[in-house]
Design a protein around this ligand. Structure first.
Ligand SMILES: Nc1ncnc2c1ncn2[C@@H]1O[C@H](COP(=O)(O)OP(=O)(O)OP(=O)(O)O)[C@@H](O)[C@H]1O
Length: 219
């Protein structure tokens, strides 16, 4: 059997990533995040956590200078535009489109070319069911609870078939019980789908739930 180099490098790889703001070195990081595992990045406010996610996703503000490489499943994407990278982002707020129904939000995420309209509808329905949201497809996102909105946001990002999940304080707006529930759901689904996760958080409980390595930019 041939040992294909790309296969040996499944997941998200950061090589010698350096991000500077003017003359200030914000961060230096090399890491390999295997499919279904997580890397948690912690550190004080202003240490560059969100900038790291922006660099990996391809939309780092030009105020920063960055070097190093980002690889996804062996493909170097450092110079590719965000849409060609196929990474999925989840932020503190669910950021659902308010003018689309819940189903519309899910359909919007499905890559073009993912089958007929009927097949796409079936994917959206399956996602609603998987998230325990059956029967809520016609609602406006604003008519859902915070926990339900968070689950729509998660299913929307998973339907986009990302090669990695980038999470920026994804649970911080949820109350304690929901927070724990969403942690379980998000990391279980990432493991199930074999997605590498890059998590930025202030909360050690998020890091615990994610498992895997923790990098502290403050030390
Ligand atoms: N567009 C920008 N132009 C100039 N400076 C910026 C810009 N965005 C962020 N910064 C600065 O860059 C530094 C790193 O910001 P970043 O948001 O990456 O930190 P962070 O660790 O995610 O912080 P927090 O935990 O508060 O979200 C901060 O000093 C911030 O003020």
């Amino acid at each position: 059997m041939t040992n294909h180099p790309a296969a040996a490098e499944a997941g998200l790889t950061l090589n010698d990533v350096e991000i500077r703001l003017g003359t200030r070195m914000l961060l230096r990081l090399s890491a390999a995040v295997a499919p279904g595992t997580a890397l948690t990045v912690m550190g004080p406010s202003g240490s560059g956590k969100s900038s790291l996610l922006a660099f990996v996703a391809g939309f780092l503000d030009p105020a920063f200078t960055a070097s190093g490489t980002v690889r996804l499943d062996g493909e170097t994407v450092t110079r590719k535009p965000p849409n060609a990278r196929r990474v999925g982002l989840l932020f503190q707020a669910p950021l659902l489109f308010p003018h689309l129904s819940v189903r519309g939000n899910l359909l919007f995420a499905i890559p073009s070319g993912a089958g007929s309209r009927q097949e796409r509808m079936a994917l959206a329905e399956a996602a609603l069911e998987e998230a325990g949201l059956d029967g809520l497809g016609d609602r406006d996102p604003a008519a859902l609870s915070g926990g339900q909105q968070a689950r729509v946001a998660l299913m929307r990002v998973l339907l986009s078939k990302p090669r990695a999940l980038l999470l920026d304080e994804p649970f911080s707006s949820l109350d304690a019980a929901l927070k724990e529930q969403m942690r379980q759901v998000v990391f279980a689904k990432a493991r199930e789908r074999g997605l590498p996760v890059l998590l930025v958080t202030h909360d050690p409980e998020d890091a615990r739930a994610a498992g895997g390595r923790i990098v502290d930019l403050g030390t």
